[in-house]
Design a protein around this ligand. Structure first.
Ligand code: GLU
Length: 449
């Protein structure tokens, strides 16, 4: 790996690699943040003196547990559950639960690490954490999902709480799963502790606009980046990857702001609809019927389904990767630039590889990294916690307005921080530096934590 690391920081990174062998995604996430921090240590030598970077790279607590459950054929199944409580300097650990066969400790640690800075950027009182299990929700029955969630919570409940750690959804965990998890938590502790989980159903503690928040927020961030460049989303041709919660509401907001989205995808293939994605159909297929995106093409004969296709080869003005980590390579980034793409806003966590990020930054397109662009989800989770704490429920308009203000302020914070540290327009530096400084100052104030 070519080194852009400050010589004072390089040994810290080497130590992270040596102490966490095999966790490549975690190394990648740490390296990207550390590459931004050289100038921060010049301005704040006390951070180096007190070993803040070394401390931030070490999770406060890591929990790994067995999740036994019985499938519909009465066969015993065993999964591995995780919760990494990474940093609580700014508030209770906060971050989603991911259910996907690829989940392992390294994946959860990369996500938890990103979450620390993302949550700090929201300026809300939330620390960083992440959890999940190597469980594959694909093809599971309703009963299997419920039994898995109940078994998972039967262990997890010991470690969470409204003042300790507040999980939410991520890949494979939506409103249905949060319901099962909350129900089991409530039985185990015999308390109606609404603030222990976010992403709850509206009507029993959930916040309006939480479902839409990540996709809407990433689109607001994109809009802000374009505004700085005296441009707008009106008439823009967009690629969105994914077909889950983030992708669906990114498409919805892009359409509302006058853009035209021509793609969506899942892990099997890509839908290309040159007339513009029929979002009502995607919602019906994914949110209601839980089907694969391939079926879109059987309702719209003009749309193309490209099995195993590469979405980033389709010409566009703007791209929003909203599927998963490392879905957009260096080669894909080069293709996007060659085809005239002027802006990328990440709805997923770390969807662009380091090579891809470098290409976007060198081309000086508007590039919004996930930890800033997709922070609207967790920010609205913090709004849900606020409503739970005062036993209130706000209107959709009020909550969505707050979300839009938060995204504007995250954008401005990243933009201004990048300017201040001599890398104007570089939202990667801006986000990493601004998020880091906020956490570092709190850690310093609290003594040796
Ligand atoms: N999983 C989401 C994220 O990556 C949301 C987490 C939350 O709401 O706590 O930020």
């Amino acid at each position: 790996m070519g080194s852009n690391l400050d010589e004072k920081i390089e040994p810290t990174f080497q130590q992270v690699v040596n102490r966490n062998p095999g966790e490549s995604e975690f190394h990648q996430a740490v390296r990207e943040v550390l590459e931004s921090l050289g100038p921060v240590l010049v301005k704040y030598p006390e951070f180096a003196h007190h070993k803040i970077i070394e401390r931030i790279c070490e999770p406060e607590r890591q929990i790994i547990f067995r999740v036994p459950w019985m499938d519909t054929n009465k066969e015993v199944q065993i999964n591995r559950g995780f919760r990494v409580q990474f940093n609580s300097a700014l508030g209770p650990y906060k971050g989603g639960l991911r259910l996907h066969p690829s989940v392992n400790l390294g994946i959860i640690k990369f996500l938890g690490f990103e979450q620390i800075f993302k949550n700090a950027l929201t300026s809300m009182p939330i620390g960083g954490g992440k959890g999940g299990a190597d469980f594959d929700p694909k093809g599971k029955t309703e009963g299997e999902m419920m039994r898995f969630c109940q078994s998972f919570m039967t262990e997890l409940y010991r470690y969470i709480g409204e003042y300790t750690d507040v999980p939410a959804g991520d890949i494979g965990v939506g409103g249905r799963e949060i319901g099962y998890l909350f129900g089991q938590y409530k039985r185990l502790v015999n308390r109606y502790e609404s603030g222990v989980l976010t992403g709850k159903g509206v009507g029993w503690g959930g916040s309006l606009a939480r479902t839409e928040a990540t996709g809407y927020g990433a689109t607001f961030f994109l809009n802000e980046m374009l505004k700085v460049r005296n441009d707008s989303l009106d008439g823009k041709l967009c690629l969105v990857s994914g077909a889950g919660n983030v992708a669906i509401y990114a498409i919805e907001k892009l359409h509302q702001l006058g853009a035209k989205v021509v793609t969506c995808s899942d892990s099997n293939g890509v839908i290309y609809d040159e007339k513009g994605i029929d979002l009502a159909l995607v919602k019906q297929l994914k949110e209601v019927e839980r089907r694969r995106i391939k079926d879109y093409a059987s309702y719209h004969k003009h749309a193309k389904y490209i099995a195993d296709g590469n979405i980033w080869e389709i010409p566009c003005d703007v791209a929003m990767p909203c599927a998963t980590q490392n879905e957009l390579s260096g080669k894909d980034a080069a293709t996007l630039i060659k085809n005239g793409c002027i802006a990328v806003s990440e709805g997923a966590n770390m969807p662009t590889t380091p090579e891809g990020v470098k290409i976007f930054l060198e081309a000086k397109i508007a590039y919004g990294p996930g930890k800033a662009a997709n922070a609207g989800g967790v920010a609205t989770s913090a709004l849900e916690m606020q409503q739970n704490a005062c036993r209130d429920a706000w209107t959709f308009e009020y909550t969505a307005q707050k979300l839009s203000e938060i995204m504007k302020s995250i954008h401005n914070l990243c933009y201004e921080t990048a300017e201040e540290f001599g890398t104007p327009g570089n939202y990667v530096y801006g986000a990493n530096i601004a998020g880091f400084i906020r956490v570092a100052k709190a850690m310093l104030a609290m003594g040796l934590i």
